[in-house]
Design a protein around this ligand. Sequence first.
Ligand SMILES: *[C@@H]1O[C@H](CO)[C@@H](O)[C@H](O)[C@H]1NC(C)=O
Ligand SMILES: *[C@@H]1O[C@H](CO)[C@@H](O)[C@H](O)[C@H]1NC(C)=O
Ligand SMILES: *[C@@H]1O[C@H](CO)[C@@H](O)[C@H](O)[C@H]1NC(C)=O
Length: 378
Amino acid sequence: MSLLKSNLHRLAAIVLCFAPASVIGDTRNWNPTGQGCVDPKGFLSCYDTQSSNADSCVSFCNSNNVQGTGAYTDCILGCNGAWLASNVGCWIQSCWNQVYSCEYQLTALSYFDGTDLVQNANIPFYPPPDDASAGACSCNLGYVYGNKTYINFNNACITVAGSGDLDATYECECCEFSFPVSNILNVCPKSDLSILGFQQELNDTQQLISKSTDNCAILDNNSDTCVSQFGYPFYGTITNPLNLPADEPGTEPLSNLPGNAFTDFGEPAYTLTLFPGYSSVITPAAFNADAGVATGSVEVGSAVVTATAGSSGQGGSVAATATGKNTGTAATASGKSTNTGSAASSSSTSTQKSDGLRVESKAGAVLGAVFASFALFM
Ligand SMILES: *[C@@H]1O[C@H](CO)[C@@H](O)[C@H](O)[C@H]1NC(C)=O
Ligand SMILES: *[C@@H]1O[C@H](CO)[C@@H](O)[C@H](O)[C@H]1NC(C)=O
Ligand SMILES: *[C@@H]1O[C@H](CO)[C@@H](O)[C@H](O)[C@H]1NC(C)=O
């Protein structure tokens, strides 16, 4: 039984965590005009620099590895990861006043998606605090992404299933599979979240709980049980995916409030160190009185799907081969990474989302994404 159950769980986790979304490991500049930034010109030239660094990085892979080998794939993944990390650096350098914006959050979550790391606290100012207002996105995308990619280690429903009570099992599964969607609707009930593939996730969730004979009434009438008895992390208003309020999910475009997250960075220099082997001492640009114009709605319509979820979990050699062009030597770079310790340890501390089954196909997808992205700059 345990084998079957754990496979089922894994399947469910894959459906929930890795359903294709619209924003995945995306190296684009989410704020393509540098609007609202303290230093728009510096911001744009920083993004240009990162894309040409990535270009050199790929050339390095091409001349030092045989295409089609694992080492080559790792090298390319490393270029992509370092590119995503260095984009975050551009914000800290030239757009730190807009770190609560939708665009910064999309930059941060693109990094986690593209490196296949479980979302962690290593990207500064992300997710924004609950009380963020000036310069803040209409939806806390960090919470949305965090719930969307949550990896569930709670086996409560396996225990219930072991008792042989099918109805109780389905009830438990209502809790187990619904909390991410419920938490997302709790935090952003009005927003159009299609940029993060929310409709698909909702559909997937509805499928997973469709066996419930009472349409998951436990979520409408008795949702405390989900938390107190089964231990699933619901927040705020609990929503039943099979009994949604008429106006959810919402349709309001994502947008930012005018203003700045803050107007004084507070430190003359900031060291940003991120897996795989990105490390940079950043001098944040001075505040400027023109900064903080609202950037308007995020262009969901223009979003292009560049890949399916995440990259492979081959963290060790990613850092070892790919950091040369971006941060000096690979050895220094991985040694300095505070994100996951050394690159090698990242794969053993289960901070990466990959399931062994998916490594190959995901690696292929990201590879495609890198080349697709490069096509934009040629
Ligand atoms: C899930 O969403 C809730 C808000 O509904 C938030 O407090 C929580 O931190 C999110 N979880 C993750 C893992 O991001
Ligand atoms: C979700 O399901 C609805 C019908 O149940 C369907 O119309 C819609 O296309 C589906 N959306 C996605 C993204 O699969
Ligand atoms: C749950 O509450 C709804 C009303 O909100 C009610 O119609 C339904 O009968 C209740 N279900 C159970 C199982 O108590």
